[in-house]
Design a protein around this ligand. Sequence first.
Ligand SMILES: Nc1ncnc2c1ncn2[C@@H]1O[C@H](COP(=O)(O)OP(=O)(O)O)[C@@H](O)[C@H]1O
Ligand SMILES: [Mg+2]
Length: 526
Amino acid sequence: MEKIPSYDELKNNCDDFQAQIIRFLKVEQDLVNARSKLDRDLSRFKAIQTYSQKVINALSLEEFASITVESVVETFEVECSAFFMYNKSGNALTVQSQFGFDNEIKNEWQLNGEWISLKGFQKNGKVSIDQVVPDSVPFGKAGLYKVIFSPYYDEDENLHGMLTGGVSNSKKAYYDEITEELIPSFMVFTQQMSSLLRNFEAKQFLDMKVQQRTAEVVNQKKEIENINEELKQQKEELQTTNEILENQKEELQKTLERLKFAQSQLVQSEKMASLGQLVAGIAHEINNPVTFISAGVESLNTNLEEVRQVLDIYHRITPRNVAEKIKEIEDLKGKIDYNEALREIGNLIDSIKHGTERTSEIVRGLRTFSRLDEDVLKVANIHEGLDSTLILLRNKYKQRIEIEKHYGNIPEIECYPGQLNQVFMNILSNAIDAIDDKGTITISTVKSNDKVQVSIKDTGRGIPENIRTRIFEPFFTTKEVGHGTGLGLSISHGIIEKHKGKIKVISEVEKGSEFVISLPVKQGKG
Ligand SMILES: Nc1ncnc2c1ncn2[C@@H]1O[C@H](COP(=O)(O)OP(=O)(O)O)[C@@H](O)[C@H]1O
Ligand SMILES: [Mg+2]
């Protein structure tokens, strides 16, 4: 039979149960509490995750900070949040972004070095919660009641900034009290934010570098384009200049051609002038022998007629009338002075011969002189040139001026003979012109080294010192209009230069002048 428990036993058991039930209830309460705490933490971590995804797309530091403060308020269900950054040079924390404040934290309200070291935030600071001193800067001024501070650090563990959440005096009734419970998740949030911020800053730095680089490249490209443009312009300018030069060159060439033409015209006109002067003299020169010849021919005709009459009688002689005809011939011979006629015929023939020779001499001289136009290098005899020129000039000097020739043993030289003749003509004419009445012209030639020297010296009036340097100028003349062109010496100078020779003048007033020409025997190439 089972023993019935006593009242005391039952009571004790009952108490035990009661106590056990209370314990169970408590444990259950704890479990419920733990469960809700876990639920809260979980939702916070989810919020942190959402925050991370959001903030990663921030385009600027401002946006990053503003997303952060909004997320702090959302995640931790606090009233407001501020994002501070550490300013190293000022050793102060300044607000970068804020959310949910009635009185905003002003930019100049800084947390200075003193505050920072008081908090121990310089290095490895911990999250802390403060009851705010009213009117303190900046949180008291902003009207806050309680604040949670969470410093964050850069990779070298130097203070980088601070994240805060807070509740204001005026609204603290509507919010949960900020307690220690918030610290771990706030710390996780801050750490997550800090590493995202570092990434963000690194990315921004890279972006900035890329932008800088891009800007540099763009600038360089622009510079290159500018340089290119300049080069193009310079090229165009050069082309224009080139064209101008080309045009000028053409102009110059045309002018040169015109000048050459004008020069040849001048040479021609000087030639004409000197020839014109000569023609009169030459006509006279030729007239002389021609008169000789025609007069001679007439007398010759008369004399020959007489001789023919004698010959006629001879033809009529037959064996029967020999004596009679001989007598007739003797009579006729006596009548016409036959021997005298024969002698005269001889003389007349001589005289005609002389006249013809003189004429052909002049013609030959003209022909030699008229080689003027020849522009081909030839080997020619200088003496022949001088002599033919003298023949043409004879009328101007004969019976007035004595010509003395001292011809040396010189070789023939390579030259343009017609042109040299013109030089001799010009200088000899000048010499003749310089002698007023009687005088002498001495022509000497001599060879020295590979040159030939021709000197034409007159005993004329000489060239005054003050014009001596001007006589080779074109159109310089001291002669009356119609007598001088002033081109003779200038043209002669040109011709001698063309022969790579030299011409110089020595002169003494009242005594005379000497023109000395030196010419190379060979012209050589070029
Ligand atoms: N032998 C000379 N004696 C004196 N004067 C001379 C002599 N040769 C040249 N002249 C001077 O040089 C000037 C220039 O000579 P030139 O060129 O032949 O031109 P032009 O004979 O037509 O005057 C002459 O006008 C003259 O004054
Ligand atoms: Mg002259």
